[in-house]
Ligand binder design. Structure first.
Ligand SMILES: Nc1ncnc2c1ncn2[C@@H]1O[C@H](COP(=O)(O)OP(=O)(O)OP(=O)(O)O)[C@@H](O)[C@H]1O
Ligand SMILES: [Mg+2]
Length: 286
């Protein structure tokens, strides 16, 4: 664990946190698709209450698979968790249905901002409240809150989702998740296909929701730079394994992260595994 740590001390803080403030604990999970394809090879990560944790990595690293494992959405993809445990506030959740997880406050915003194309923005948002049992007034209050955070959605409330912009659809997908009144949101690749300015706007709202509403986020992103600016802790996944983790600041300062994920240094992106063997070779030659 310590070896792939970007900054020992701060890392220790994350890991000495009391059980009480760990909201989500993924412990050594293995995921297999179609009974044969091993995709996650023992992934462990922790999300503390009130945090924004980034799960970083390139194409096919296993980010979406990790989020699907947590929100129990693997079955539809012919995937299954075959090892390890997942707990939410100390309670094992692997056997709970996605709907039961929503009731416990865990909601996923899927990759590709799935909105119902033929429904209006407001109708889309209202579908997010289907598990609520606390009455219309409470739901209406949440809707107003969502509009306060996403004024663009309020302007577009009666437009059909199909005719709104990519940024508005992403906001709609996040807004719909918020309608369930969640305590933790799993956000899969919110920056995908959006202009940098819109990505900035979406991330700023996420940060605001985190600060003011205490919504916890687990954020899967290829956009390392943006994610590490807004997250407080990050994990880097490569080929189904966590290869590094640490506080966001120290990951941003880490030379390997800079070189391979932040595009500093100009070289084509390699992988940490290459770095390790390179360093090993250097040591051996020295
Ligand atoms: N339903 C599936 N059946 C078989 N293999 C799958 C399935 N879904 C994903 N995979 C494989 O699992 C690996 C991890 O995919 P995953 O979608 O979790 O990666 P990711 O990190 O989210 O990538 P991206 O950034 O491109 O979204 C890939 O090799 C992918 O081909
Ligand atoms: Mg993905």
């Amino acid at each position: 664990m310590c070896k792939r740590n970007a900054a020992g001390l701060a890392h220790a803080n994350q890991h000495t946190m009391t059980q009480a403030n760990i909201l989500l604990d993924v412990n050594g999970i293995e995921v297999i698709y179609n009974h044969v394809i091993l995709v996650l090879k023992g992934v462990s990560l922790q999300v503390r209450e009130g945090g924004i944790v980034a799960l970083l990595g390139g194409n096919g690293a296993g980010k979406t698979t990790t989020l699907r494992a947590v929100s129990n959405l693997l079955a539809g993809e012919r995937g299954a968790v075959t090892k390890g445990t997942i707990t939410l506030r100390g309670e094992r959740i692997e056997a709970l249905s996605p709907a039961a997880l929503v009731k416990r406050g865990l909601v996923q915003v899927m990759e590709g901002r799935h909105c119902f194309a033929h429904l209006t923005i407001e109708e889309n948002l209202m579908t997010g409240a289907y598990t609520r049992t606390d009455g219309k007034a409470a739901v209406a209050e949440t809707l107003e809150k969502v509009y306060a955070y996403f004024p663009r959605l309020k302007t577009r409330r009666s437009s059909q989702a199909a005719y709104t912009s990519g940024g508005e659809q992403q906001m709609c997908a996040i807004g719909r998740a918020l309608m369930a009144n969640p305590s933790v949101v799993l956000l899969d690749e919110p920056s995908m296909g959006l202009a940098p300015q819109i990505v900035e706007e979406v991330f700023a709202i996420v940060k605001d929701l985190n600060a003011k509403e205490r919504v916890t986020f687990l954020l899967a992103e290829q956009n390392t730079n943006m994610a590490l600016r807004f997250a407080d802790y990050g994990y880097i996944l490569e080929s189904g394994r966590i290869v590094m983790d640490g506080p966001a600041d120290s990951l941003r300062e880490n030379e390997d992260v800079k070189e391979f994920y932040l595009g500093v240094g100009g070289a084509d992106r390699k992988s940490f595994r290459d770095v390790k063997s390179y360093k090993r070779r250097k040591r051996w030659l020295a």
